[in-house]
Design a protein. Structure first.
Length: 397
């Protein structure tokens, strides 16, 4: 495929993915909040568990929820499913367009594991399927009787998956796969549990039978899983743009802390919607986890930045490293096959631009090993340390 067409395809897919995800997450947040705000009162129709009054857009809304199902179906019934399906499908095609199409650069890292691009793609697909099947097995095990026990088991599975991904793929691909796995689980919850259970309830009503209450309970549990996973998934999907997250060799720890942050924040709002006492401790836990997430990148970030070797020689050496390791892509006319324009518009072929980009060079290639991708140009540890010293020196001579 023409690189420019691939770039446009990626843009349109990403746009669709973000729009669909916004709609999906929005409905998830709304319905969990609505469910939590329902209140029982005398005089409600038979079978109604509670009602909630809301005001929006200049009008008032009266929302009611049936414990199992109404006595008869209305003429028009709205289903919420395409938001989830569109999010997953657009995300999967994005994975193909970026990670699978450029597997040699973005998926494989020889320093982690020597894999051919084809083997890496096969491993990616197999691990996503295996991760979902393990989650499904947990949900159908005795652990499912306790939401807390299932949450702990699912969190441990997520951290284990993060560690496994980091042992097979590049750091960026590992963190992306974590988001893809959780997104797959969430979409599968909709497609294989929530919607089918709702269809069974509708079919029972049409046949004049009472729907099985267990179907609703199972669907609600999976919906709650999706609600708590939304914030971590969003983090993992955007984390590939931040090398301190994925390129410091601690993907599994990042995963654990992000789960704590996301779950704590969602718990606060869900508790508020239920009318419970505000669990302000959730923000303390989330803040401590954020601080830990930032702190664990500091030792690597400060390494080699002691200012030694200041002066013209250091700057000249830094320019030589950048020219030999980076300019083939970051130039007005890149010479690397498949890259028609400098990534993110960043150029190093003009010496005047180097000092302006010093911090970015150090972040991507010295404080972390995010660049060059898969270290395709063979940048050494000594060269990375020199770039760190040059960035800290402030010298451009």
């Amino acid at each position: 495929m023409d690189p420019l067409l691939l770039e446009w395809a990626g843009l349109i897919l990403r746009w669709l993915h973000v729009i669909a995800a916004m709609a999906w997450i929005g409905t998830s947040f709304y319905f969990i909040a609505l469910d939590a705000s329902l209140r029982a009162r005398p005089g409600l129709p038979p079978g109604v568990a509670g009602e909630a009054w809301q005001v929006h857009g200049g009008g008032f809304y009266r929302m009611m929820k049936y414990t199992v199902a109404p006595a008869e179906l209305p003429e028009r019934l709205t289903w919420f499913k395409w938001e989830a399906y569109t999010t997953w499908l657009s995300g999967f095609f994005l994975m193909i367009a970026y990670y699978y199409w450029n597997a040699e650069l973005l998926l494989v890292d020889p320093a982690v594991r020597e894999l051919s691009p084809v083997a890496a793609v096969i491993a990616s697909l197999a691990l996503l399927v295996a991760g979902y099947l393990l989650y499904e097995a947990l949900c159908r095990s005795p652990l499912a009787r306790s939401d807390a026990a299932l949450a702990v088991a699912g969190s441990l599975l997520t951290v284990l998956a993060a560690w496994l991904f980091s042992q097979i793929f590049s750091g960026r691909a590992a963190i992306f796969h974590l988001g893809a796995l959780l997104g797959t689980i969430m979409a599968a919850n909709v497609g294989h549990v929530i919607i089918p259970n709702q269809r069974k309830a509708v079919a029972a009503l049409i046949d004049g039978r009472e729907p099985d209450p267990a179907l609703g309970r199972e669907a609600k549990q999976r919906s709650l899983h999706n609600n708590y996973l939304t914030l971590p998934v969003v983090f993992f999907m955007i984390a590939g743009h931040y090398p301190l997250v994925f390129a410091t060799g601690r993907v599994w720890l990042v995963a654990a802390l992000v789960l704590v942050i996301g779950f704590s924040v969602r718990h606060f709002f869900n508790a508020r919607h239920r009318g419970e006492a505000s669990p302000w401790w959730s923000w303390v836990v989330a803040s401590l986890a954020v601080a830990a997430l930032a702190w664990m990148t500091l030792p690597r970030a400060m390494a080699g930045a002691d200012g030694e070797g200041r002066g013209a020689t250091l700057a000249a050496q830094a320019r030589e490293i950048v020219e030999s390791r980076c300019v083939m892509c970051h130039a007005a006319e890149p010479v690397w096959e498949g890259i028609p324009l400098p990534p993110k518009g960043v150029r190093f072929d003009d010496p005047r631009l180097l000092r302006l980009e010093a911090w970015r060079i150090a972040l991507q290639s010295a404080w972390t090993d995010a660049m060059p991708p898969a270290n395709v140009t063979g940048m050494t540890a000594e060269e990375r340390a020199l770039l760190a010293r040059w960035a800290a020196s402030g010298s451009d001579r």
